[in-house]
Each structure stands twice: as C-alpha cells, then as structure tokens.
Design a protein around this ligand. Structure first.
Ligand SMILES: [Zn+2]
Length: 331
C-alpha cells in the first residue's frame, strides 16, 4: 500500500442518522477509549451542531484515508412541503355528488402518481481521503385540496412527488488508476508496465467488492453511488410512498366541525386542515424511508460494493490482456 492512499471507512448505521447522534457517540466512546466524555460531547454538540460533532468524532483519533459515509443526509433540509400551486383557483374543485356512481367515478379518475428522483451531479473531484457521497435532499409533493360532496368533506388529491438527490463523485488521484485519462477506464493503460502489471491486476481483483487498495477503477465509484440512489433509495422510498398515497386517499376533513357538528368549516379552514394532515403523512413517510435506507449495509461485500465489481473486473481483464499482448513476463 503506497503512502497517502485512501481507504474508505464506513461508519456505523447510527452514525449515518443525524437523529441518532447520541447513540453514535456512545458507540464511538466505547470503541475508541480516550474520546471526549458524552457530557462534553453533548455540550460541543449544542455549540457547533450535530454535523460538526459527527465530523469531529469520526476524525478522532485520525483515521487513515477516506472516513466519510457514502450516504449522507442533507441536514439543512426543510420539512417536507406542499408545492405552491402557481395557478391557484379562487374556488375549490368539487367531486360530483352522485352517490355510489360518484364513488366509482372518483376511483376511475384518480391517476396513479409515480415519484420522481432527479439527481444533481456536480463535477467529480479528486481526493485520497474523502469518499464519494450520495445525499438525499429535499422532497416535495404536489396536489390539490378538493371538496367531496359525497363525503361531505375536504379531501386531498395527490399530483406529484419529487425526491431530490445529489451524487458527488470523488476519484482518487491519477496514480491510482491503470488508465488515468479519461475518467472512465477506457484510456491508455499508461500507469501499467512490465514490472507492475501483475500487482495491478491482483490488487484490483482482491478488492473487487471492497475498498480499493492501491489501484482502482473510475467506473466503480459511479456504479457504487448510483446503486445507493437508483436501487437502494428508489426501492426503499417507493413502497413507503405507496402506503402514504393510500393514507392520503382516505384523508378527509368534514365540512362540519365541533362536537355536534353544528358549525361549518370555512373553505380556508378546510383547506389548511387538509394540507396540514397531508404534510404530516408525507413527512412521516419520508422519515420512515430514510431510516430504512440508512440501515442498509454499506460495507465491503454488501450490495453497493458488489454493484461496483463489474467495473473492477473489466479493468482487471484489460490489464491482463494488455500484458499478454505486450508479451510481458508472466502474462
Ligand atoms: Zn456506499
């Protein structure tokens, strides 16, 4: 292992969930004697905030190389919000009051909403100590409050759901890639020679589903982070979203209010009550999904690491084939 080369150290599950920072600190104190006492850490936490404390804790004592989780939560994220309807109508739409037929009609016109998962990808950067990260950013839902005369209630019609993300790819420095340019392992194998080709190929092979040692594949980084987002997050959020969707469909705030239902809600009251309940359902859903997502394993041999293997294998094969073509000793 050459000096200065990065290893990614995966934090515990607890460390990945900001809400559980106290638990993470307790674990850390047990695992690393000499760490600040829980009380002093709690004081520090109040002063500088959870995120900073997590950084301090994970950096103390100094670890070798990459010490950051691949999966990060955006802690500045606002609570989930209902998108403002730019074309807000002066009067609420009504579902037709047609008794049983109306109910069937309502079911028919309720279209399924599929969540979307746009992901922002800033330009890759280089570091042998920082890891690539996948962040769950803001989530929003869109929809309308409607009057349902059959139910005598204000109801909510969901129209959209967006879960934003950001993937920051962090590559190692050039000298860790057999084919340093371009950043997709397709370039000339200029870092490989007759003397090191076997070490390069063997090193790639030994960490194909783990943390890169001396040598790495660019595409492995992308496949790993894409797996966090496209597979783990999408597949964790979607079923929770479906459950929340079902709850939203049952959500209603009666026209009448009060113990004996003698007073009628104003439209504004009905609308804000529905929106508040809808936001609670969606907020709880997002929290549950995040908890499940951060519990998924992200250590060598876990699915995100297995997902990167094809890129490593392809590069290893390239190196071995190249050595043969060159007639290098041992090839
Ligand atoms: Zn990861």
């Amino acid at each position: 292992m050459r000096s200065g080369h990065g290893r990614r150290t995966e934090p515990t599950d607890d460390e990945r969930i900001p809400a559980s920072v106290d638990t993470a600190l307790a674990h850390g104190a047990l695992a690393r004697p000499g760490l600040a006492s829980p009380a002093s850490v709690a004081a520090l936490q109040r002063t500088v905030g959870n995120r900073a404390v997590q950084r301090i804790v994970s950096a103390n004592p100094p670890m070798i190389g990459r010490a950051v989780s691949h999966k990060e939560v955006n802690e500045d994220e606002l609570p989930i919000q209902l998108k403002r309807d730019p074309a807000a109508r002066p009067a609420l739409q009504r579902f037709p009051d047609e008794g049983g037929t109306g109910a069937l009609l309502r079911m028919a016109i309720q279209r399924a909403v599929d969540p979307t998962f746009p992901v922002n990808r800033p330009a890759p950067v280089r570091s042998n100590s920082d890891a690539s990260t996948t962040q769950v950013k803001a989530q929003q839902f869109g929809g309308k409050v409607k009057k349902d005369d059959a139910k005598r209630a204000y109801v909510f019609e969901l129209e959209s759901y967006t879960s934003n993300g950001e993937i920051q790819i962090v590559y190692y420095t050039n000298d860790h890639y057999p084919a340093p340019t371009p950043e997709d392992d397709s370039g000339a194998l200029s870092n490989v020679n007759s003397g090191n080709w076997k070490a390069v190929a063997d090193d790639l092979h030994s960490e194909r589903t783990g943390i890169a040692d001396d040598w790495s594949a660019y595409r492995a980084e992308v496949l790993h982070e894409d797996y966090h987002w496209n597979t783990e997050w999408v597949n964790t959020l979607t079923p929770e979203f479906r459950k929340a969707e079902a709850k939203l469909a049952k959500l209603k705030v009666p026209y009448k209010k009060g113990l004996f239902g003698k007073k009628e809600r104003t439209q504004a009251e009905g609308e804000s009550a529905v929106k508040e309940k809808a936001a609670k359902i969606m907020g709880d859903m997002a929290k549950t999904a995040k908890k499940k997502y951060f519990k998924l394993g992200d250590s060598p041999g876990d699915p995100p690491y297995i997902a990167q293997a094809p890129a490593v294998d392809a590069l290893e094969n390239r190196v071995r084939t190249h050595a043969k073509d060159q007639g290098w000793e041992g090839a």
